[in-house]
Design a protein around this ligand. Structure first.
Ligand SMILES: NC(=O)C1=CN([C@@H]2O[C@H](COP(=O)(O)OP(=O)(O)OC[C@H]3O[C@@H](n4cnc5c(N)ncnc54)[C@H](OP(=O)(O)O)[C@@H]3O)[C@@H](O)[C@H]2O)C=CC1
Ligand SMILES: Nc1nc2c(ncn2[C@@H]2O[C@H](COP(=O)(O)O)[C@@H](O)[C@H]2O)c(=O)[nH]1
Ligand SMILES: [K+]
Length: 479
């Protein structure tokens, strides 16, 4: 990456401060751009979902891995529960989505409770042998008593396909029909998955992130306290595909010894560590065994670190400096936090990040773990909170004695509650991934790049005024 006219400023920059200049391009189509990452995780899109309790759970992990990204499960989850989630994610089909399932005897109220759990918007009704006999969506549930039996409202016309049917064929069969989903069945005719028309299209455009056995990939985080090596060993045995050693101040001795102890296990999967924002931090963590550095102090949407401490660094410059150092050592950087638009992802990749971590933005989707709520005006939202908030710290320290818990509660560096609105046009995480991947593909072709490495090599970045940033915003309401 180079700065426009070779001018590298003497002050630090964040994503809003910069823009990409178009280059002459020989890339004929945005579909020709390869978005796969170079960080050794096998991800085929440069997106990692942050290890936050309000964001990263099993449905998020399954859904994002199917589209080629990676989800990091939070460190606050008990290792046995992580093992269960990992084996569950790995048991999911890499193309067909996990169905929501009820029997004909269940009620419309049961269906209405289940529907917001998944983006595909339908519940499959099965018989006693697990064979699909109908489909119910929210329209079928509208205007009927909530105690009505499902069998009385289900649509018995279920487009059904063997699991090995090409997604394009499923797309063509669904196109123009009223049926919302296609149902995939195994050799015995039992329900095994569902696909919407859009899901079938995505299955042709994205490549799932999978392990050597072809099963969906998933990562997990650990902290720096306690017996880090023992916990890491347990998680590696559970089959995680990357291990993230995570603490607010990654450039501290406790992190270095934690990393050394995990590296000594020869994990055999990428070892990620952070957070840091300086070249010195990168060097020390690499010396201690990190393959990937997590970069960002203070940019997160739930993060109050900069307001509480004055510590941090504008994220674009932090990523640029850390990526330069990591690349010089043959290592990689994940740009962590502060991503609000697809452009922020493109800019982080231009600065040299191998992948970009997104947290709060994805909290406002069907796939995040929280319950769907509605505000006073009926708008759907989910709650999000920071991992250093009173709420998260209190959950993390629940087994400590009362005095220690009270001591810990003093160091609050995150928001305990916030509302992340579900965008009615993009309520699922895959809708957001579509937007991000389209934006990044397009950014690559503007730069004349066919891969993310070429994008970083060719990117020309300029610095803009606040007015320059404002000019780039759309004006849906006119002026
Ligand atoms: N990217 C960011 O800007 C930030 C991210 N976070 C996220 O919050 C989560 C919790 O992290 P964390 O609070 O580190 O919790 P951890 O449970 O990992 O504990 C961190 C350990 O490091 C010690 N420590 C020393 N200095 C610091 C410091 N300045 N900040 C934090 N701990 C310090 C703590 O000791 P003692 O408690 O005795 O001081 C504690 O033992 C993580 O997911 C982290 O990524 C949190 C803040 C900033
Ligand atoms: N200082 C804090 N940082 C936090 C907290 N919880 C999470 N985080 C960091 O934010 C990113 C995600 O950023 P986002 O803008 O996409 O939400 C996450 O990976 C952490 O590094 C917190 O309580 N305090
Ligand atoms: K912030």
């Amino acid at each position: 990456m180079e700065f426009l006219n070779g001018v590298r400023p003497g002050y630090d920059l964040t994503y809003d401060d910069v823009f990409l200049v178009p280059n002459r391009s020989a890339v004929a189509s945005r579909f020709d751009v390869d978005l796969s990452t170079s960080d050794g995780t096998g991800a085929t899109i440069p997106i990692v979902v942050a290890n936050m309790t309000a964001v990263a759970g099993r449905r998020m992990a399954e859904t994002v891995a199917r589209r080629g990204g990676l989800v990091v499960l939070p460190q606050d989850v008990d290792p046995r529960a992580v093992a269960e989630i990992v084996s569950w994610v790995k048991s999911r089909h890499p193309i067909w989505d996990t169905p929501l399932v009820l029997t004909g005897e269940d009620s419309v109220a049961d269906a209405l409770n289940l529907l917001p759990k998944r983006s595909h918007g339908a519940v499959v009704v099965v018989d006693g042998d697990g064979r699909p006999v109908g489909v119910v969506d929210e329209y079928a549930c509208a205007g009927v008593d909530r105690f009505t039996r499902i069998r009385d409202v289900a649509d018995p016309d279920v487009p059904t396909f063997p699991l090995d049917t090409a997604p394009r064929k499923v797309f063509e069969q669904l196109h123009g029909r009223t049926a919302r989903i296609a149902v995939g069945v195994d050799a015995e005719g039992r329900l095994a998955g569902v696909l919407t028309e859009l899901g079938a299209l995505r299955a042709e455009l994205y490549t799932p992130a999978v392990d050597a056995a072809g099963q969906l990939s998933v990562a997990t985080a650990i902290g720096v306290n306690g017996d880090v090596a023992a916990r890491a060993r347990e998680l590696l045995a559970a089959g995680v595909d990357a291990l993230v050693v995570d603490t607010a101040h990654g450039h501290q001795d406790k992190m270095l010894s934690a990393l050394q102890s995990v590296r000594a296990l020869e994990p055999g999967v990428p070892l990620v560590a952070g957070n840091v924002v300086t070249a010195e931090g990168v060097r020390d963590l690499v010396d201690a065994g990190a393959d990937v550095l997590k970069v960002g102090v203070g940019p997160g949407a739930m993060c109050t670190t900069r307001m509480m401490t004055g510590v941090g660094r504008p994220q674009f410059s932090a990523v640029l400096e850390c990526a330069e150092q990591a690349r010089a050592l043959g290592k990689h950087v994940w740009a962590d936090g502060g991503v609000r638009y697809p452009r922020d992802v493109a800019l982080a990749l231009a600065a040299g990040a191998a992948s970009v971590m997104v947290g709060s933005w994805f909290a406002g989707t069907y796939e995040s773990p929280g319950d769907l709520r509605h505000d006073e005006s009926g708008q759907p939202y989910k709650e999000s909170f920071g991992m250093a908030s009173k709420r998260a710290v209190s959950a993390r320290t629940r087994t400590d004695n009362a005095f220690d818990r009270a001591r810990k509660a003093l160091f609050e560096e995150g928001i305990s509650t916030s509302r992340m609105r579900l965008d009615p046009m993009r309520p699922g995480v895959e809708d957001l991934l579509d937007g991000i991947c389209s934006g990044v593909r397009s950014a690559c072709t503007y730069a004349g790049a066919g891969s993310l490495e070429e994008f970083h090599a060719r990117a020309v970045v300029g610095i803009q005024s606040v007015a320059g940033f404002a000019e780039g915003r759309p004006l849906p309401g006119g002026w």
